[in-house]
Design a protein around this ligand. Structure first.
Ligand code: FEO
Length: 396
């Protein structure tokens, strides 16, 4: 069966992964993920990226079905992460004369990962590659989210091949182009994907979006998720907004709690935020919520509220681990509050306050610290903190 033609002589040669539990061996995939690849069948033939090696067999079958005995002239490598470069070595065995198109950073990684050092064609910013009726223009997009990332643009069809940019988790069930799918799941998973994978690199994403805006784009072919056509504005808008760390009115309350005392404080704070009129409130018990989903909510909502008991004179380990992940992503421009409990010597709240300071986040209200069980005084302090958070959110 010939793969789907998504635009004139551009075929979808990607695959769906419904088997893997954790992307990058880290991030849950309840709705799977697609690895997208595209074949342009012009006077010359060009494949844009490959797929994870686990799916190389079905991937190569798709390519041979389209080419039907013709030669593959070019492989454009927009991104070298192995979920996209994993089938290059096998592709090269099937098509030994294929020219691999990339930049100097691509080729360093190609040698390092796969030992491939010949049959390379280097492209630089703004250079083009003629395929016959059409030509591809190349635009470097370093650190979205690896240094070698580049985009390719086909003027004839107005198609931008954007590597991971505008990608999402989620398999392509039946449809491939956005208008063939219910995109609501993808828009939510896009936030989680961005927060997990791209989150640290807001500034490079902004630069890439700015550069790409010079093209007349009718279709965006990312390496994960739907082909964007009808909903380009939504996909680009979501990435643009997240790259500025812009967020909705809402609060992510994340906490660790061994015996429920810190958790009680979280509940009181959440009630007061709700009473203050805020409707987006996500509570995460960090011993249960996966960091993937916590990060998604931190990218979604303006307020971050963190609670921890003191544990061996430090933060509760799951809180410490989560704060490290947030710090790694350099999340900017949040409002922040903290709270915690201890039994004989308090250390957690001081360390939480230091975290907010390091993040350069705006501290709202007074941090609340409780010794052992919750008291009326603590209840009132937590209520006041929640009220202050809601008022600050509403004042945006
Ligand atoms: Fe989908 Fe950065 O690889």
């Amino acid at each position: 069966m010939k793969p789907k033609e998504i635009a004139n002589n551009i075929y979808y040669t990607g695959v769906n992964d419904r088997r893997k539990d954790l992307f990058e061996n880290l991030w849950p995939l309840p709705a799977g993920i697609s690895y997208n690849s595209y074949l342009i069948d012009d006077e010359k033939t060009a494949l844009i990226d490959t797929v994870d090696v686990c799916y190389s067999d079905v991937f190569l079958q798709k390519i041979t079905a389209i080419l039907n005995g013709r030669q593959l002239d070019y492989l454009v490598v927009n991104h070298m992460e192995p979920d996209h470069s994993g089938s290059i070595r096998l592709l090269r065995q099937l098509y030994p004369d294929v020219q691999i198109v990339g930049n100097s950073k691509t080729f360093g990684m190609l040698a390092g990962f796969y030992g491939i050092t010949d049959g390379l064609q280097e492209v630089k910013e703004g250079q083009t590659l003629s395929l016959g009726k059409r030509e591809l223009s190349f635009m470097m997009a370093p650190m979205v989210h690896w240094p070698e990332v580049m985009f390719a643009y086909d003027k004839l069809s107005g198609t931008l091949f954007s590597a991971d940019a505008f990608g999402t988790y989620g398999t392509l069930d039946g449809g491939i182009i956005d208008e063939e799918l219910n995109i609501s799941l993808f828009m939510e998973e896009m936030i989680r994907y961005y927060a997990n994978i791209v989150g640290k690199y807001g500034s490079p994403v902004q630069k890439a979006i700015q550069k790409a805006s010079a093209f007349d784009i009718q279709t965006i072919c990312s390496t994960h998720g739907p082909v964007w056509r009808k909903y380009i504005a939504e996909a680009v808008g979501a990435y643009e907004r997240m790259s500025r760390y812009d967020a909705d009115c809402g609060a992510t309350i994340l906490y660790g709690s061994m015996y429920g005392h810190t958790e009680q404080m979280a509940e009181v704070i959440a009630s007061a935020i709700s009473a203050g009129g805020v409707r987006n409130i996500a509570l995460h018990n960090l011993s249960k919520s996966h960091a993937s989903y916590v990060l998604k909510d931190i990218f979604k909502y303006k307020a971050v509220v963190v609670g921890s008991p003191t544990y061996s004179n430090r933060l509760f380990p799951e809180v410490e681990s989560m704060l490290h992940k947030i710090e790694t992503r350099d999340v900017k421009d949040r409002i922040y509050a903290c709270f915690g409990s201890f039994t004989w010597a308090g250390a957690a709240v001081k360390q939480l306050a230091e975290f907010g300071h390091r993040m350069k986040w705006e501290l709202v209200g007074n941090p609340v610290e409780q010794k052992q069980g919750i008291t009326l005084e603590t209840f009132e302090a937590c209520t006041q903190l929640g009220t202050d958070i809601a008022a600050r959110l509403q004042a945006q």
